[in-house]
Design a binder for this molecule. Structure first.
Ligand code: ARG
Length: 469
């Protein structure tokens, strides 16, 4: 804020102080003011005020000349804020009163007509909707960029084997491309959640006024249309009391940050010496001030951690809103900082993750070697017994268990056992079984819809490009 000016009984009280004889206590002013953070949506505030003024003019609630001078004045205010010559005053509480007070300074008396048929209660909800809508659109682009980075790597690694894990134990071989495409799906759902919320929130609040509507012959459809809303909101009380759109955006971001955090955690594992599946380039690694050999995946760790902030923001606003009686309460001013923080945090995390993905070299040999560990083709063996010998799956599972035990006792992999070994457990097994015990053959066989076979991954990448990019 450029002006932390002290209490002034000419600022705020000029806006609402008809019945007040003195200005507020300094502490009162400090706790009350939101200008420190709500100036962030000055553009939305001015845009909405212009739409309101034009409607007032069109309805002859104010003269068309006054409407015009209000719009011109608002353009000037916009320019002053954009170029940094505007002086924000804490004594004017918030962005709404800062803009309106300056408007009056610039155009004089007609400036006082802008607030006709309007209240800060519908104004703030409407401004904030406009801001959230813009934020959603920006977020969608960032998510799409990360999907593109994932698909690029998935395409490059459509046939690279890696172990697939359940319970963090090696389970079955998968392809790295398939693994990365899992995150493309998560982000796809994240994006559709954003769009769902956007559709639901896209109703214009202006005209609800303080809470009960207004006696002026306003045209809410006109204002709604001018601001790109689908329709005016239906109930004036709900309109000024509703912050669902903020909560929905925060919940969508919380889920995204959980997805990001899971990938970040995988990065931390993959970059460890023990795994050595991935190596981050210099631009996304950090060193240690004491251990010269270290290459730390700090960005991944921070992305993992930042999910806590985002979820915390959702939690904070849920608790603010819980138990608030109809309609507006000043409590609701606390909706802004959490969402700004969550939005900025997820934007940064997405950008960092997108950058990391482009800067990663995967160690194919290392991953392929691990893909065959832990008897990872045991399921292929059981499936073969079912397919070729006609065994019920439960019996095949049992036989395979015995084979695994034998390999484990001998300290061998499944495909290191001899035919004699295998036949000592199930005499009908023949040589052909060795074809399915290799990692590559296991991968190639997984051609069911949504499966990990390299051929599937190639077409899944092409599909993903069409669906998401
Ligand atoms: N700064 C307030 C907010 O963010 C604007 C609305 C204030 N309304 C009021 N009647 N005091 O919620």
């Amino acid at each position: 804020m450029s002006d932390q000016s002290k209490t002034s009984d000419t600022d705020a009280s000029a806006m609402w102080g008809g019945r007040f004889s003195g200005g507020p206590n300094d502490i009162m002013e400090e706790i009350n003011a939101s200008i420190g953070f709500d100036q962030r949506f000055f553009a939305q505030d001015i845009r909405a005020s212009k739409a309101h003024a034009e409607m007032l003019g069109a309805q002859n609630i104010i003269t068309p000349e006054d409407a015009q001078s209000i719009c011109d004045g608002l353009d000037q205010v916009y320019g002053e804020i954009e170029t940094g010559t505007f002086t924000f005053k804490r004594s004017l509480e918030d962005i709404h009163m800062n803009v309106e007070a300056r408007l009056k300074e610039i155009i004089g008396e007609p400036g006082g007509r802008l607030h006709t048929g309007r209240s800060r209660n519908d104004q703030v909800a409407n401004d904030f909707k406009l801001w959230v809508r813009d934020a959603i659109d920006q977020m969608d682009v960032a998510m799409q960029a990360m999907q593109a980075a994932l698909i690029d790597q998935a395409e490059a690694h459509s046939a690279s084997a890696m172990p697939g894990f359940t319970h963090m134990q090696i389970a079955q071989p998968v392809t790295l491309g398939h693994h990365l495409l899992a995150y493309v799906e998560m982000l796809g759902r994240d994006r559709s959640r954003l769009m769902d919320g956007r559709k639901r929130m896209n109703e214009c609040v202006l005209g609800a006024a303080a809470l009960a509507g207004t006696s002026f012959p306003i045209d809410r459809h006109m204002t709604a249309k001018a601001l790109g809303f689908d329709r005016p909101s239906a109930n004036s009380l709900d309109s000024v009391a509703d912050r669902d759109y903020v909560l929905e955006y925060l919940s969508a971001l919380s889920i995204t940050s959980v997805h990001l955090s899971r990938l970040a955690e995988e990065y931390v594992l993959w970059c460890s010496v023990q795994f050595s599946y991935a190596r981050l380039g210099d631009s996304f690694s950090t060193g240690s001030s004491i251990m010269p050999q270290k290459r730390n995946p700090d960005a991944a760790e921070l992305i993992r951690a930042k999910s806590g902030r985002v979820i915390g923001s959702l939690n904070a606003l849920l608790i603010v809103m819980k138990g608030l009686p109809m309609t507006y309460g000043k409590d609701m001013q606390e909706d802004k900082e959490p969402i700004f923080d969550a939005h900025d945090t997820v934007m940064l995390s997405l950008a960092a993750m997108t950058g990391m993905l482009g800067d990663t070299t995967f160690n194919k040999e290392r991953m392929a070697a691990d893909a065959g560990k832990g008897f990872s083709t045991a399921t292929d063996l059981a499936d073969w017994l079912v397919r070729v010998l006609g065994m019920p799956f439960r019996d095949a599972h049992h036989v395979t268990g015995a084979v695994v035990k034998m390999a484990e006792d001998k300290g061998l992999g499944l495909d290191d056992l001899t035919l004699d070994d295998l036949q000592s457990i199930e005499p009908r097994i023949m040589n052909a079984i060795f074809e399915i015990l290799s990692v590559d053959n296991s991968l190639k066989s997984r051609i069911s819809v949504g499966g990990t076979a390299p051929s599937n991954v190639v077409s899944a990448c092409a599909e993903a490009r069409k669906r998401f990019l």
